[in-house]
Write a protein that binds this ligand. Structure first.
Ligand code: GRG
Length: 302
């Protein structure tokens, strides 16, 4: 997918190949059984096939490429993080959380099926992710597979994404300031993005110093991504976003836009973009696509 070419590969083209590969891989992993639980499989397939920007697998692929990781290893780690991401979206959309009816331009899982099926679909995806990582096809070295499992468990659990969601659920009453919103988003959104970048480095046995450089890039990327999300929620178009917008403001939640203003948030994102690119400098031209991803995270329209 990322063959060496004279010119820099196009990020949009790469993403479209990756979207197709992710769809094929989820399809192969989730054949519909001729059994009473087929409804659960249909719900999981609804949440995983045919949608999403696939940003997290893209990050695994690009980071892994810096350390000559095989495509199969990177794609399998990418599928694992995408499964956790899909789990989080299904549960986040439930009536007890954000109560959303639209996701990726389609009905949310609990609307297309029902709440119990949506909870089970989310649970199944969480389990699927760790099974994929622990499978020897992801990497022949058990120590590497174990590190992937341990780090993804931290990134997605109470000390990471789920913890961030807990702060988010309480954020209206907490009246967070900029440091508080930054910490919330570092956990809720940033932890999985950071894991995606670290996964490529883990698979490629990168040095501690290179892992640190990529972690610094990831910290900036997570904030850029969230600021863009807040801007889209503030001034984007529902049809393009494929989800309801303006919900955070309606719920009285603090966001980067409510705290900095739209122009202030945009300026902050541009500063973070320059910083993100500076952390990639030691990797030279090989990291050009990671710079492109940071720019895409800011300029995207969905
Ligand atoms: C319920 C355990 C649990 C966690 C929920 C991360 C999270 C916590 C919920 C996800 C919902 C959400 C709106 C998160 C903010 C991050 C964000 C903008 C997610 C959407 O990610 P994209 O834009 O989505 O990468 P696509 O559809 O492109 O995959």
């Amino acid at each position: 997918m990322l063959e060496a070419t004279e010119s820099r590969p196009d990020l949009a083209l790469l993403r479209s190949h990756l979207c197709a590969r992710m769809d094929e891989m989820f399809d192969a992993l989730l054949p519909l059984p001729d059994a009473p639980q087929a409804r659960l499989y249909r719900a999981i397939r609804h949440a995983t096939i045919g949608g999403g920007k696939r940003l997290r697998p893209l990050l695994v692929l690009l980071s892994g490429n810096l350390f000559r990781v095989t495509e199969e290893s990177a794609l399998r780690a990418g599928l694992a993080v995408e499964a956790i991401h899909a789990h989080s979206l299904i549960h986040d959309d439930l009536p007890c959380m954000d109560d959303d009816d639209l996701r990726r331009g389609r009905p949310t899982v609990h609307r297309a099926f029902d709440e119990a099926t949506a909870i089970l679909a989310g649970d199944s995806l969480l389990a699927l992710a760790f099974g994929v990582l622990a499978d020897p096809r992801t990497h022949p070295d058990a120590a590497i597979r174990s590190e992937l499992v341990v780090t993804l468990s931290r990134a997605s659990g109470a000390g990471g994404m789920a913890g961030g969601q807990m702060i988010d659920m309480r954020s209206t009453s907490l009246e967070l300031d900029l440091a508080g919103v930054t910490q919330l988003q570092r956990l809720k959104t940033g932890a999985l993005l950071a894991w995606s970048i670290d996964a490529g480095a883990i698979l490629g046995r990168a040095s501690d110093v290179n892992r640190r450089r990529l972690a610094d890039y990831a910290a900036c990327l997570g904030l850029i991504f969230q600021i863009a999300d807040d801007l889209l929620d503030h001034e984007g178009e529902e049809a393009k976003a494929g989800k309801r917008i303006g919900k955070d403001a309606a719920a009285g939640k603090q966001t980067f836009v409510s705290l900095l203003g739209a122009e202030g948030a945009r300026q902050q994102a541009r500063r973070l973009l320059a910083e993100a690119v500076s952390h990639l400098a030691p990797f030279g031209a090989e990291a050009a696509l990671l710079s492109d991803v940071a720019e895409f995270a800011l300029t995207r329209d969905h």
